[in-house]
Design a protein around this ligand. Sequence first.
Ligand code: AMP
Length: 115
Amino acid sequence: MDNCIFCMIAGHTLDARVVYEDDLVLAFDDITPQAPVHTLIIPKCHYADMSDNVPPAVMTALFTAVPKVAALKGVDTTGYRVIVNNGRDASQSVAHLHVHLLGGRSMSHGMVSFG
Ligand code: AMP
């Protein structure tokens, strides 16, 4: 999709620190990390959010990539937080579905924040 920065990253026309890639998804480090490990996992095709008729295979690929990325980033044994900010009320700021994987520090028990 034109003017979507995550589509550009998926298409390798915008630089990112890529951590993992397969046929359906790409993972790259967040440009403004909220934890020592903060990686985003995105579908390569454009879906605005989880309510954008995401095919089950893509949803599966996204979440199957999570433990793989956690292992690649070295947080699989220490734990990590997985967040999807979905839509306006969740303050989603990039309208291309993405999963945040955060780790490398202790996080409070709040369900909905990076904190
Ligand atoms: P959200 O607020 O859930 O939509 O998260 C969007 C995330 O994308 C934020 O954590 C940003 O820091 C991150 N982000 C925005 N632009 C880039 C970029 N060019 N490369 C890596 N991460 C980015």
